[in-house]
Design a protein around this ligand. Sequence first.
Ligand code: SF4
Length: 170
Amino acid sequence: MRNLKEVGFLSVKRLASADLDMIEQKIRPSGFYHQKAARLKGACTAIESNGGLDEVFSLSERRLYQLLISINGIGRETADSIILYGAGKPALVVDNYTWRIVSRLYGSKVRYDYSALKSELEEKTRRSVRLYRNMHAQFVELGKKYCTKNNPKCVECPISKMCDYQKNRR
Ligand code: SF4
């Protein structure tokens, strides 16, 4: 980011028109720089060709999601993160922490389908940017502190009483 900033590339417009080799050079320390540079430039070009960032962020959530998901390198979780944090619109982000925690909480009742889990969580909650950002942060925190990939700390976990995984361990 510092490298990009130094050459004034921290803007969608500039990145869209920048030379690919130059972007590669600047982001080289982040690894996978060939692929990342091409995707970064491609995403910025797509945004520019749709009227620029302000125009794109003023689209409805649904249209914004469709546009983002059509861009090479942007998956569902990234699209929802851009909508929630970039555009400031209520999109619930389902990341690895969310999957792990929800699947342990509800066990076999959880279907491994991004859209299905997202819709289910959205149905159960008020649509709110603040709430969704908070939920995302809480899932990350819980996943890092207690519900770790290996050896989850169920005894100390604040939601252990409602967790299938913990009940089945006893
Ligand atoms: S009780 Fe254990 S498995 Fe359940 S959410 Fe907490 S840490 Fe994860």
